[in-house]
Design a protein around this ligand. Structure first.
Ligand code: CA2
Length: 179
């Protein structure tokens, strides 16, 4: 008799445990943010951020700002790549452009000259946001033209380094910017 009661009690406790575990599983599925692989690509001369022309581009290095971004978007993997060479930027876009969950590109001066980077953006599937630290529309007329913008989901210009953070916010929210 005692064994039967003990067995029934054990079964009840066990089924409660299963039920609680199932609730935890569901909570994880619905609440845990989807981990995204996001890429920041900077073009020519942006390796000089924080070193030259601070009056125009600020006094912070991108490496230091990148650590802040990684901390701010802890739930996601954020990668950073910089090159001064047009073809290397294009190779990088081909490499990540079909698997990345979002690309933020500041192509520097190539923004205003590179049909080839524009073509690379047109050929990839990842959503892309174009960022400029300065307000290119308040500068020389040749900076008002971008060969990239038509292939991008959004363009952010003039917000300083915070433009990268705004772009990451757009990519990580559930909206039309994500894949
Ligand atoms: O405002 C931006 O982010 C730009 O993409 C920056 C480019 C410029 O050609 C674009 O028109 C707008 C220039 C990047 C040069 O970066 C430097 C940073 C520090 C010191 C010198 C250059």
């Amino acid at each position: 008799m005692c064994t039967i009661i003990e067995t029934l009690f054990y079964c009840k406790r066990n089924s409660e445990n299963i039920f609680v575990n199932y609730q935890i599983y569901l909570a994880n599925v619905f609440n845990s943010p989807f981990k995204m692989n996001l890429h920041i690509i900077n073009g020519p001369n942006l390796n000089l951020l924080g070193i030259r022309q601070p009056e125009l581009y600020g006094s912070r290095t991108f490496e230091s700002y990148f650590l802040q971004l990684q901390n701010q978007f802890k739930n996601h993997s954020i990668y950073y790549f910089q090159s001064n060479v047009e073809g290397i930027l294009i190779d990088k876009l081909h490499e990540i452009g079909f698997n990345s969950d979002g690309i933020i590109i500041n192509a520097g001066g190539y923004t205003h000259t590179s049909v080839a980077i524009g073509d690379a953006l047109a050929s990839i599937t990842a959503p892309v946001i174009e960022v400029h630290i300065s307000n290119i529309y308040a500068r020389e007329p040749f900076r008002h033209q971008s060969y990239l913008s038509r292939h991008c989901k959004a363009v952010i210009a003039g917000a300083g380094l915070s433009g990268y953070s705004f772009a990451l916010q757009l990519l990580t929210q559930q909206n039309d910017f994500s894949k």
